[in-house]
Design a binder for this molecule. Structure first.
Ligand code: ADP
Ligand code: MG
Length: 636
């Protein structure tokens, strides 16, 4: 009986009851590895230790590249940094002279770790500050540049032994036990790796984790949610570098000598292979990738020379081809494919998920920051003579308008009239060429959009910007980013659980309110485009805004959904929000808006109540006389 044809005979586990959860499986694997560790052959232990070291660096790269969307070829240089720091401290007479009185010889490796981390931290922060501003291909190119520089630096410094490196690195001693063999140190390596994976998983499953994921969705969206993207990018870069440095530290005490070779660009590329082949956005993919590439390298180094009759670095060529193949066939790496194949047996228990959904309701010990909404009629947003030029094109021409608390103000006009451009002007995405924008009474010139978000401006985008692979509730929780404050360390150590529960509860509340309760746990991308627009509204509401900017919220909605949206917006107005909406559906606009401003070719041609605007001859001409017969179409 072939494995593929016995679907009926095999007793399939019922939906929602997998054999094991990923957590249980991880635990079983770890226990098995621990039990077997003492009995595995020397060579296997050594290979496993190397896999652990590589996986530690690859995990950082998964965070940086797969999750954060930044590619680094230079990670091996940070490994070298960690390795050389400890090798130098442990062997150099100069270091001994400095530290001799203070640090006992057995503690020197720990001083080395500290120095390596400190050095890497400073260097990575500086490199990050300079290079992470680059976009597109420039960032990867730049990482190649400093990867090479650091490698040559290590090899050319006399006090670091030049190309020969440093020998005589002592073993690590923990609690009086000398970890001189791979079997002993391997335990530490894997313990550190598992601890790092645990912490990184925690980080991803948190407020800051959502912010990190949002980096990949484009800076525009993340910044509008209040995320300081530049800072998050640097922090992520530093985190990945520190993991690499820890790996280097362990490596130095495993090998007991260091030279520049293992830290060159080749290895940097190999490390990136591991992260990408394993699973660009999946932490366990780092372990899978490290294992695959390490084992493959061992095998290829054995087989290729005998196959080709001469020795050389042929495995690099095979790696290149392999990379091409994997990226072609499995653009997300191998981990998601593995997860798909084993989904039948290994899956999150859906009953467990339901219980986490219910949990926040009973354990709300932390309050999210609350904003006191302004009184109805208070001036929220004021644009005075705002102009925006793109070269010779005047997209916005001296536009002045106001938005008050408790009103719905519609901005209409034919395609290309400048509505979205104006939205960008009043939400900090782009700076006006001239004119002034005031939010909550404050002049906002040259302020980033996260400053607008902090002052209570929530928005949606004409082209939906959601993290499609993440659940609706995660997407919406990102909107409440600024209402919570626990940072990276708290998240890694799971000290943020109460706050996280409050965030999730808030997200679910807004999702319910927007009528998407049934879809809270589905990936956002699986919703219809119209529903995705509503998810964006829920995300904006999670930030408890006083100003809401909606760019074509009703596009793609069906009739009943439009009516529900109308009801929701009316409710929000009654609560005192000021809502500025761009919309093409005239029936929707005319029934809902208190005031309407009409744009044509970037200029305001009319403003007033729906009745006034509808009777305005210039508006009629703009709509009926032009190519965009939207009023006419809606009248039919
Ligand atoms: P609307 O949202 O009303 O359809 P937009 O604000 O998107 O109109 O566009 C107004 C005009 O500005 C259009 O002619 C558009 O081509 C132009 N435009 C918008 N953004 C840019 C940009 N970043 N660079 C150059 N021209 C732009
Ligand atoms: Mg537009």
């Amino acid at each position: 009986m072939s494995a593929s044809s016995n679907n009926i005979a095999a007793p399939a586990p019922p939906e929602g009851k997998p054999l094991v959860t990923p957590r249980q499986l991880t635990l079983v694997c770890v226990v098995l590895l621990a039990l077997a560790w003492g009995f595995l052959p020397e060579f296997t232990v050594s290979v496993l230790s190397n896999i652990g070291l590589y996986a530690l660096v690859a995990a950082g790269l998964v965070m940086l590249t797969g999750v954060g969307g930044m590619t680094s070829f230079g990670q091996a240089a940070f490994v070298g940094m960690g390795a050389y720091a400890t090798a130098w401290i442990c062997t150099s007479p100069t270091a001994a002279a400095w530290l001799g009185g203070i640090v006992a010889p057995g503690l020197l490796p720990w001083a080395g770790l500290l120095l390596g981390l400190l050095f890497t931290f400073v260097l990575a922060w500086m490199l990050g500050a300079v290079t992470l501003k680059l976009s597109g291909h420039y960032l990867p190119l730049c990482t190649i540049a400093w990867g090479l520089s650091l490698y040559y630096l290590l090899g050319n410094m006399d006090f670091l032994g030049g190309q020969t490196g440093i020998t005589g690195v002592p073993p690590l001693v923990i609690a009086g036990v000398s970890l001189a063999t791979p079997r002993a140190l391997g335990v530490v390596i894997w313990a550190v790796l598992l601890l790092a994976l645990w912490a990184l998983h925690n980080l991803l499953d948190s407020r800051e984790g959502r912010a990190i994921r949002a980096l990949k969705g484009g800076r525009l969206m993340a910044e509008s949610m209040g995320v300081d993207t530049a800072r998050h990018r640097i922090k992520l870069f530093v985190l990945a570098a520190l993991l690499a440095a820890v790996s280097g530290w362990l490596y130095a005490h495993l090998q007991r000598f260091v030279n520049p070779t293992p830290f060159n660009l080749n290895i940097g590329i190999e490390l990136l292979f591991m992260a990408v082949v394993g699973g660009a956005g999946h932490l366990w993919g780092a372990v899978l990738g490290a294992a695959l590439i390490t084992l493959l390298k061992e095998k290829l180094q054995d087989i290729l020379p005998s196959l080709l009759g001469s020795s050389g670095n042929f495995e690099v060529i095979v790696f290149g081809l392999l990379m091409l193949f994997v990226l072609q066939r499995f653009s997300d790496g191998l981990w998601p494919t593995l997860a798909r194949i084993t989904r039948r047996w290994v899956r999150e228990d859906s009953t467990a998920k339901a219980s986490t959904a219910a949990a926040p309701a009973k354990a709300l010990t932390v309050q999210l920051a609350q904003r006191t909404l302004p009184a109805t009629g208070e001036l929220l947003l004021q644009a005075s003579n705002v102009s925006k030029r793109f070269g010779g094109l005047v997209a916005n021409n001296e536009i002045s308008m106001t938005l008050k608390a408790g009103e719905i103000h519609a901005l209409i006009g034919p395609n290309g009239a400048g509505k979205s451009t104006f939205f960008n002007m009043i939400s900090g995405v782009d700076d006006p060429t001239s004119g002034e924008v005031k939010l909550a009474g404050q002049p906002m010139a040259a302020k980033p959009s996260r400053a607008f978000a902090a002052l209570g401006l929530g928005r949606t985008f004409q082209h939906v910007r959601l993290l499609g692979q993440r659940s609706v509730v995660e997407n919406v929780a990102l909107g409440a980013h600024l209402r919570a404050k626990r940072g990276w360390l708290a998240a890694m150590l799971r000290l943020d659980r109460a706050e996280e529960a409050a965030l999730m509860a808030e997200a679910r509340k807004q999702i319910e309110r927007c009528g998407l309760g049934a879809h809270a746990d589905t990936p956002a991308a699986s919703l219809s485009l119209g529903q995705q627009r509503v998810v964006e509204i829920a995300r904006a509401l999670a930030g408890q805004p006083s100003v809401l900017l909606l760019d074509e919220p009703a596009a793609g909605l069906r009739h009943l959904e439009k009516r529900a949206l109308s009801v929701l917006l009316s409710q929000l107005r009654a609560e005192g929000l000021g809502i500025l909406v761009v919309e093409h559906d005239m029936e929707f606009v005319m029934n809902l808006a208190d005031r309407i401003t009409v744009l044509e070719f970037g200029t305001v041609i009319a403003t007033g109540t729906p009745a006034e605007v509808q009777a305005n001859p210039r508006v009629l001409e703009a709509y009926l006389g032009g190519a965009d017969d939207e009023l006419l179409e809606d009248a039919r």
